[in-house]
Design a protein around this ligand. Structure first.
Ligand SMILES: [Zn+2]
Length: 354
């Protein structure tokens, strides 16, 4: 992909809103709040959001806003951002826009911009409570530095600053609402954003964020990595394919990666790698590369000391932890085997012991 043709998102590296000491989060910290409830209990979550809604509904000068976005996976249609505002006991206005070729956090950020815009346009607003299912996008709305969706953040910062200046009692609170709750007030804007009647084609030159480009290229790298991983020319013919949920464990960069993530100690990981690559000083390895013998295992079973013999049959190694037999076909299982047998795949464990 040619980045010059697909990178129309503007950035401002020297935005007024980003000047040190002038940033909204520095000058109006107490007026901007982010609220969430750390509980998996849906009943508690419902009570939490309803208490915030009741506060906004019952207090003069307060408005409640719900924002959400819909990112369609087909790469055919643009994402949609939407917002609805409630005051005086009813929904008053709503806004919905095609967001371009963006990630879900970008589209949520745009929805928050729309929601803040609706709130600031309402009459005599003193306090805003904005419900979103993606609080990081609400925090990004007050980050004026260059980032994916910066233009939305700069717009929010500029308009909210002017509004807060008008009255020191004004405040804006962002409240996290779980999508799984399907809470009516927020679920309505979810349905509004995902309504199939609004479908805007991607087109030839869609608005594209840096976040989408990063995600697109990362996905392309992972696809290529997965394709290569299936070829023995890439992995090596002796690469030990371990499993994850009965399928071959695939390479991943997430959460530390497929293999690295289960290790804390570099030494354990190094011997694990030697085993997986079959580049350990085993008898079989020495025979293959014509190193001097001996090649047979020092255990009572004897025979060629192959990797398979070490992992599955050699009586010199432990394969149980607290009477639970390790699943040595998986990455965590083989990792535990390496921890339980610290000398495995090391020089000290080779047939010659050196
Ligand atoms: Zn043995």
């Amino acid at each position: 992909m040619d980045l010059r043709r697909s990178f129309p998102e503007p950035f401002d590296a020297d935005a007024d809103e980003a000047r040190p000491g002038y940033r909204l989060m520095d000058s109006h910290t107490g007026s901007i709040q982010f609220e969430s409830l750390d509980s998996k209990d849906l009943g508690e979550q419902l009570a939490f959001v309803e208490s915030w809604f009741a506060k906004a509904n019952d207090s003069p000068g307060w408005v409640a806003v719900a924002t959400d976005a819909s990112v369609r996976p087909e790469h055919t249609w643009q994402a949609v951002s939407a917002a609805r505002i409630w005051y005086g006991g009813a929904f008053r206005r709503k806004a919905r826009r095609a967001a371009g070729r963006v990630t879900a956090p970008d589209a949520e950020l745009y929805a928050i911009r729309l929601g803040v815009g609706l709130a600031l346009a309402a009459p005599n607003v003193k306090n805003i409570v904005l419900f979103t299912d993606h609080l990081p996008s609400a925090e990004a709305a007050f980050d004026p530095s260059p980032h994916s969706g910066q233009e939305h953040s700069l717009d929010v910062c500029k308009n909210v600053r002017e509004w807060l200046r008008g009255d020191p009692e004004r405040s804006i609170t962002f409240v996290k609402v779980l999508s799984s709750l399907e809470w009516d007030f927020h679920h309505r804007v979810h349905c509004y954003a995902s309504d199939p009647s609004l479908k805007v084609a991607i087109g030839r030159r869609p608005h594209t964020t840096i976040g989408w480009l990063r995600k697109h290229h990362t996905s392309a790298c992972i696809d290529e990595w997965t394709r290569l991983f299936a070829t023995p020319e890439y992995t090596g013919r002796h690469f030990l394919k371990l499993t994850d949920k009965s399928k071959v464990a695939q390479p991943s960069y997430l959460a530390g990666g497929t293999w690295c993530s289960v290790f804390d100690e570099p030494v354990e990981f190094s011997w694990f790698c030697c085993g997986v690559l079959d580049h350990a000083p085993t008898g079989d390895f020495r025979r293959r590369f014509k190193f001097p013998g001996p090649y047979d295992c020092r255990c009572e079973n004897g025979g060629n000391q192959t990797r398979d013999h070490i992992i599955h049959r050699c009586p010199r190694y432990q394969r149980e932890i607290d009477d639970i037999v390790l699943d040595l076909t998986t990455v965590p299982g083989l990792a535990e085997f390496c921890r339980k047998n610290p000398s495995v795949f090391s020089f000290g464990d080779s047939p010659s012991g050196d």
